[in-house]
Design a binder for this molecule. Structure first.
Ligand code: AMP
Length: 274
């Protein structure tokens, strides 16, 4: 992969890159379509990265279907599907990690303390191997997108980061490989995430500016469903991820909720001017 991307660059071609953990859905494909548009050569990777899973999380159970993923990638089409194994990425273990600081110590970082270190490290490694001009990440993982943007700036990576809006099921549920874990009755509870974010948007459109009131209403809506356990609900500045008390500018509302044993995340922009 490293030799091929160097050769393509030397031949004057531009490269777009979409890193994924596979079990592809329309969210991943939206990133790939955008990458296809932005560069000459589209590279996508499929790699379930062990260093971002803590013991007891779902690394072994994470859904995998390489044959189907290859077929879906063909439909874009992806030019190069990079599917390294653990030996290629962590040949001799790993003594060196990229550890994002404050941005990684809030929201998902509180319940998953090693998660963003694993993500930042594997994205760094993949960037060094693929050497893309542009890389695409989903807004679905808003904290991850913010951290990657910041890492690229802090560590002088020569790559443009492009964020792509969240792709949803027709009923509003944000697409995720982990939705495959949901039992039919849990699916209704899972819908409360996107529905309550939509309600929050309406509250802001109706003039509500107090974050605590919006969070209280969202909490009640989600807790009304059985099998839900809220991890966090926050309204934050989109760059610093610091809590916002008064919504007087565009902000981001984000939440993480366990439905049964499945942890789901979602987020939406809140803009008092629209
Ligand atoms: P994953 O395979 O879950 O690690 O995701 C790979 C990339 O796809 C990340 O940049 C995600 O943010 C993005 N992604 C996942 N789900 C969606 C979605 N529903 N809409 C847009 N992007 C997504």
């Amino acid at each position: 992969m490293q030799h091929r991307s160097r050769a393509l660059r030397q031949a004057g071609r531009t490269l777009a890159f979409v890193p994924t953990m596979g079990y592809l859905h329309d969210g991943h494909l939206a990133l790939m379509r955008e990458g296809r548009r932005l560069a000459d050569v589209l590279v996508a990777s499929i790699y379930v990265n062990p260093t971002q899973f803590a013991p007891g999380e779902d690394f072994e159970a994470y859904p995998r279907d390489m044959a189907k993923d290859c077929r879906l990638a063909e439909t874009i089409p992806v030019d190069i599907l990079f599917t390294p194994d653990d030996r290629a990425i962590y040949a001799d273990g790993c003594q060196t990690f990229v550890t994002p600081q404050d941005l990684a110590q809030r929201m998902c970082g509180l319940s998953r303390p090693i998660f963003f270190r694993g993500v930042a490290t594997v994205v760094t490694k993949l960037f060094h191997i693929v050497a893309p001009h542009v890389a695409l990440f989903g807004e679905k993982d808003f904290q991850q997108l913010t951290i990657i943007r910041r890492m690229v700036r802090d560590l002088n990576f020569a790559v443009d980061i492009v964020g792509v809006p969240t792709v949803r099921e027709p009923d509003g549920l944000a697409m995720s490989s982990r939705n495959a874990y949901l039992k039919p009755d849990q699916r209704q509870a899972a819908l409360s995430l996107s529905q309550s974010l939509q309600e929050a948007r309406k509250q802001v459109a109706n003039g509500e500016t107090r974050a605590d009131r919006i969070i209280a209403a969202t909490t009640a809506r989600i807790e009304a469903h059985p099998e839900t356990a809220i991890d966090y609900i926050v309204i934050v500045d989109p760059d610093t991820l610091e809590n916002v008390n008064v919504i007087d500018r565009p902000v981001r509302m984000a939440l993480a909720v366990k439905v049964g044993t499945t942890r789901l995340i979602d987020n939406m922009p809140l803009d008092p001017n629209t």
